[in-house]
Design a binder for this molecule. Structure first.
Ligand code: ADP
Ligand code: ZN
Length: 248
């Protein structure tokens, strides 16, 4: 009987531990790209493109929350009222959901963070994790003034299924109302109304903008002019990443 218990423990504890250790050895440094910017600055558009280009998963906390809302999970229930008002969801809820996602297998080589971190405490806790996983971090800050944000969000649509972003004028889908990537239906987000956008911009300036200084001090920050066309924004980002060894 004793022998059976020992054998059981060996299989349940030791084997997964060995697997984790050996996969960490293979993995090498992780490539982590963080996208900062006001709502509507173009983070989602760039994240989708860069995810396809570099084969790294896009982790958009806004999309994860919307998925949780749709599936009526505990996390969705906790986030709902904040999201409806355009306020930030409390850090502990964001971090619980984020680390659940980062522990999945497809994040082993790296990932693209779109919409997280959004507060200094989120950045600090994430930084601990990044240091432990020997991540090579690049932070791109998409700079767009508030006056431009409102007109951009007015025409914004996104795929209900995969979250891919579109704009009626600037980047329309090939077929009206249908996602180019997954054929899902395109919808306008509930929080894309002028009042809620105002609140989201306020939260951005107050709570998220200080992250620029935080990452600048670490030497991770690169400013990108997000007021130009999508193609010109892409060109700036690709130029920056072409000089970053892990992206080549
Ligand atoms: P945006 O277009 O404003 O960047 P997102 O789709 O990224 O919108 O997020 C939608 C909402 O989800 C936010 O207004 C906020 O309530 C919540 N949210 C998403 N990410 C975070 C985060 N990192 N911290 C706190 N709240 C978040
Ligand atoms: Zn889609």
């Amino acid at each position: 009987m004793k022998l059976l218990v020992i054998l059981f423990l060996l299989v349940c504890v030791l084997v997964p531990c060995l697997a984790i250790t050996s996969s960490k050895k293979e993995a090498g440094p992780q490539t982590v790209l963080i996208l900062l910017g006001a709502p509507g600055a173009g983070k989602g558009t760039q994240a989708v493109r860069l995810s396809e280009k570099y084969g790294l998963p896009q982790i958009a906390t806004g999309d994860l929350f919307r998925e949780n809302l749709k599936n009526e999970t505990e996390i969705g229930r906790k986030a709902k009222t904040y999201m409806e008002k355009g306020e930030l969801v409390p850090d502990e809820v964001v971090l619980e959901m984020l680390f659940q996602r980062l522990s999945q297998k497809d994040c082993r080589k790296g990932y693209i963070l779109d919409g997280v971190p959004r507060t200094i405490p989120q950045a600090e806790i994430l930084q601990n994790y990044l240091t432990h996983s020997h991540a090579d971090v690049t932070v791109l800050s998409l700079e767009v003034p508030d006056s431009m944000i409102l007109e951009r969000i007015a025409g914004r649509l996104s795929c209900e299924k995969c979250g891919a972003p579109y704009h009626l004028l600037a980047s329309p889908p090939k077929k009206s109302g249908v996602c180019d990537r997954c054929n899902g239906p395109l919808i306008q987000r509930k929080d894309d109304t002028p009042e809620v956008i105002g609140e989201r911009l306020k939260a951005f300036h107050l709570q998220t903008e200080p992250l620029k200084e935080y990452y600048q001090k670490k030497g991770h920050l690169v400013m990108i002019d997000g007021t130009v066309s999508k193609q010109e924004t892409i060109a700036q980002i690709d130029k920056v990443l072409s000089t970053t060894p892990l992206f080549n």
